[in-house]
Design a binder for this molecule. Structure first.
Ligand SMILES: *[C@@H]1O[C@H](CO)[C@@H](O)[C@H](O)[C@H]1NC(C)=O
Length: 231
């Protein structure tokens, strides 16, 4: 059972998340592999955003209400999605490199940041050329990043790995003032605040292992006089 060798590498119990549903203790307890040495590994310090803070969005229409929205834009991508259970034989040629890449690495979560652990953990596979230019540049520049595993012209990543660099997945809007608004990560936040960029990922699975996901981003500003309107 070669597959068992990978599970400890990807099944760390140390996965940090603000989402309490992400890491139920029962799931880790049911998976003895997660008590291995990898479980104690610390998150890498070079992450562009704090681990656990941005694996999913924490805003909704209620928390968005005090803000004006601008530059809303969305981009849609297609990829193939695999569960770890499919590693052999489906991804046999990629497996050795994937194991090294994810060794002692926190799994960033599947959709909505939820980590199903073990064999249900998911990876998206895409052609490098189908990634937006900004994401490819980020991968090139961040040579020590551990979210996108590049194999020549193929890339693998967990759905949750979109969140730490979400604005880079979204094209700027058509308006001049929106054209470069999602070029960097400085203004990115997982909850609304004045002048921040926020975003969300949605997806639908279509057919055999095909997935279509949409990444949306927008800028929010506190409404002028918003606080006084209560008086
Ligand atoms: C929106 O998010 C807030 C803060 O997380 C939460 O208290 C509230 O219940 C959410 N509202 C809806 C409609 O989901």
């Amino acid at each position: 059972m070669k597959l068992l060798a990978l599970i400890p590498l990807l099944a760390t119990a140390a996965f940090a998340s603000t989402d309490s549903s992400a890491s139920p203790p029962s799931a880790s307890a049911a998976n003895p592999a997660s008590s291995g040495p990898a479980a104690a590994s610390a998150p890498p310090t070079e992450d562009p955003t704090p681990v656990g803070a941005l694996w999913t969005a924490s805003w909704n229409s209620t928390t968005l209400a005090p803000y004006t929205q601008s530059c809303a834009s969305r981009s849609t991508y297609k990829g193939t999605i695999y569960k770890l259970a499919q590693l052999y034989p489906d991804l046999e040629t990629f497996a050795p490199q994937l194991k090294v890449f994810y060794n002692k690495q926190l799994y960033p979560g599947s959709w909505d940041g939820i980590d199903k652990h073990g064999n249900d953990r998911e990876l998206i596979k895409m052609d490098m050329t189908d990634l937006p230019w900004k994401v490819r540049e980020w991968i090139k520049k961040e040579s020590t990043q551990r979210h996108y595993s590049v194999h020549d012209d193929i890339v693998f990543f967990a759905p949750g790995a979109i969140y730490p660099i979400l604005p880079l997945w979204v094209e700027g809007g058509d308006e001049v003032e929106c054209s470069d608004v999602f070029d960097g990560l400085d203004a990115y936040s997982n909850e609304p605040a004045d002048g921040k960029t926020i975003g969300k990922v949605s997806h639908k699975e279509s057919g055999e292992g095909e997935v279509e996901f949409t990444v949306e981003a927008l800028q929010v500003k506190l409404q002028a006089g918003g606080e006084r309107s209560e008086l």
